[in-house]
Ligand binder design. Sequence first.
Ligand SMILES: Cc1cc2nc3c(=O)[nH]c(=O)nc-3n(C[C@H](O)[C@H](O)[C@H](O)COP(=O)(O)O)c2cc1C
Length: 488
Amino acid sequence: MDQAKLTDRNLQPMFPIFTSSSTGTSPDYAQARTQPTFDLRNFVNAVKRERPSDVLEIGREIDPQYETTALITKLEQHHRSPLVFFHRVRGTTLPLVSNVCGSAGRLALALGCNVRELASCYASRIARPIKPEIIASAPSQEQITLGAEIDLYRFPQLRYHNNDADCPYFTAAIVVARDPETGKSNLSFHRLMVTSRATTTIFMARGKHLERIYQKYEAMCKPMPIAAFIGTHPTCALGSLYTGSAEVEEYEVIGALQQSPLQLTRCITQPLEVPAHCEIVLEGTVEPRIRVHEGPFGEFTGFSTGTMSTPAFHVEAVTSRCAPWFQDIVSGHSEHKLLPVLGSEHYLTQVASSVVLDTVRVRMIAPLTVVAAIRKAKQDDPANLIHALLRADIYVKQVIVVDHDVDPGDTRQVMTAVALQVRPDRDIYIVTDTVGTELDPSIEQRDSAGAKLGIDATMPLTMRNVKRNAVPSEVMNRIDLNEVLGRS
Ligand SMILES: Cc1cc2nc3c(=O)[nH]c(=O)nc-3n(C[C@H](O)[C@H](O)[C@H](O)COP(=O)(O)O)c2cc1C
């Protein structure tokens, strides 16, 4: 990834950005222009300005069948992960923006911090949620298409991997729904497979908030109103990936990340609100008790796990900017892997700290894999932590606990701790009959329970005289490398 090459020099905060990209002239637009507009266009402009080598513009026509994945794959093989702007995509008039959040440097730019501050900036901002404000007239409703006029095939018909279903996918759609009991709104990403001009499938992972909301509508035998919005500032993606209580409204988290109220507008056909400055909105309903075939689809794990049976999304209105930009996320690549990390690590750190007070850091180092570094006070701290983290989320399948002086983000250090500190007959925990993600290729049946793994790679509190190699700190401190190497 290009994170390694990032320097603080090109990580200037992007605030305030007062240039509005909307083309409208209504009074609300004028109001919006007096505040920083957190939209995709302003963010792309900020990246072009602040990190020009982080943008790749492709002028030649690209084939939406696999070509974007091939390009992103080759870039990654060369340790590059730029935002890619495809000006011309075969079969559509819309440009395509891909890999917007594909580097830690761009996420830092979006938050106005540097890469090292990302976790602390995220944590301190979301501690102070900011309520959204509703505006009457929004760029995201410059164009409105209803009923028989709707044609989802006018958007880029992207296919990603050779085992994927023979249907286009929307991979950067953020879905808003409202809990019918609490009235709270919920945001989360959901892949949408286009099955006709006005229908898609919608995959809702079991146990996650949207699936729980859908179950409530199903119990009442009522359709679930949703809106799927596409083309947003990275703070919308980060906010919608907030992990934790359903009581927390992600629109307020986005406001917190932006440090100003997110501007929303009311949907045309559904009792919901969507970001006023997004590019495209699909409004409609998910019917109860109807299931359709979905997939296969190559997921974030790097594998596809066959065809699923999912609910269907009936699109009743499409609203957009006049000449909207389409956004996608290439499944299983840098952006897809990077985006959920801030929210997940923050949540898992909270869980870990409630079990072991002196939790130093929690990292997600690979799909379904969490490493926690702790200052162990009691011999059973690691076991308690392992069980708490394995229970905390369907996307946690293996947990490794290391001592505070091991960097949990450094796989080599972690595996060294596993090799040197673990006695397999004593320190390995296998938890059976647990619910994990159905996207885990090792689960035989989609709805069957799985097993999870915990590894205690900490040193025992009392043991034979084993000490980590170290040099006295006063000697370390008196060696000045610049002086030794003759550098001024
Ligand atoms: C690019 C991307 C695509 C995703 N696709 C899906 C999906 O199709 N279905 C799903 O349930 N979760 C998907 N997720 C994960 C959810 O967005 C995530 O688990 C969400 O934060 C859960 O929300 P909740 O905490 O409100 O339950 C995706 C995440 C990303 C980053």
